[in-house]
Design a protein around this ligand. Structure first.
Ligand code: AMP
Length: 290
């Protein structure tokens, strides 16, 4: 099928009804596409069925007007790349896609952690727009990247709460040769060397945890070290349980190290998995023996 570009919700719905695809894969994006997005598309293509990529810089998830205004938009280039990848459908919602006065979503505990703490309304904005997409498109599968780990939990929550029949497919974070997580916002950063410091810091913490030699308060030392490298602000650097982003306690749990920083005024997030289960004992983070 030739790549079709659709801008109106009703046209998209009619088209999907007419084609009646056996299986529909949905890959939501905000554009300025990179290898992370392409990997999601490749994974979707392997599953079979039709593939729909949306590009929409969702105003509801920005709590800062300048951040929204400066978000990199490269639509022409994106469309060329999506056609090369032979994506079946590209959905480019119009600006008014976000006029949803009748809806207020509350996410509870999950939106009060990590990015939810300093980006007020961010996850509610994500959830509202993703819900609208899912109701319009009715995909069989949605493809998401682990780089936005908290976002995955939020999307899984609305899928569960609304009993939507859509399977969540996840890919690992795609990184450049320096280990830096690819992100559309990276193009706004003039000194990419600072980004490398972040993944180095996460890897150092991980390796010290694996040596069973890590005090929870050591996280502060690593935050300070990042600031000494010219990173303006560390919004958070935390080790939390994977399941619901709870704090570590006396039960062994699968965990991740999460970070958010401001570099040259740009928000950057990343996270890595710790391969062994962790527990907190007398302020020390301890590793499970197997
Ligand atoms: P965005 O365009 O930033 O909203 O991201 C669209 C989708 O691509 C989300 O599911 C992201 O988690 C995913 N994504 C973004 N960057 C990466 C990356 N470096 N590796 C894997 N997935 C990514």
């Amino acid at each position: 099928m030739k790549t079709l570009v659709v801008k109106s919700c009703s046209k998209l719905q009619k088209l999907i009804d007419r084609i009646e695809p056996k299986s529909l894969n949905f890959i939501p994006t905000m554009g300025n596409l990179h290898e992370g997005h392409f990997s999601l598309i490749r994974k979707a293509k392997k599953k079979g069925g039709l593939n729909l990529v949306s590009i929409y810089v969702n105003p509801l998830q920005f709590n800062n007007k300048n951040d929204f205004k400066n978000y990199p938009r490269t639509l022409k280039k994106d469309l060329i790349q999506l056609r090369k990848l032979e994506v079946d459908l590209i959905f480019l919602p119009k600006t008014e896609f976000n006029s949803l006065d009748s809806v207020t979503i509350k996410l509870g505990k999950i939106s009060e952690k990590l990015c939810g703490k300093y980006r007020e309304g961010h996850f509610e904005g994500v959830a509202t727009i993703i819900l609208k997409f899912l109701l319009i498109i009715k995909p069989n599968r949605i493809f998401l990247g682990e780089k936005d780990y908290q976002q995955i939990l939020v999307i899984k929550k609305i899928i569960k709460d609304f009993n939507l029949k859509v399977k969540v497919e996840i890919i690992s974070t795609i990184r450049n040769a320096d280990g830096v997580a690819l992100s559309s916002r990276n193009s706004l950063i003039k000194n990419p060397k600072k980004l490398k410091k972040i993944i180095n810091c996460l890897n150092k913490i991980k390796s010290r945890i694996m040596q069973d030699n890590f005090l929870q308060s050591d996280l502060e030392i690593y935050s300070e070290e990042l600031m000494s490298f010219g990173i303006e602000k560390v919004n958070y650097l935390e080790i939390l349980k994977e399941k619901e982003l709870d704090c570590l306690d006396n039960r062994f749990s699968k965990c991740r190290i999460f970070i958010s920083c401001i570099i040259e005024g740009v928000n950057f997030i990343d996270n890595i998995k710790v391969s062994k289960k962790l527990v907190l004992k007398k302020n020390y983070i301890r590793v499970a023996s197997s």
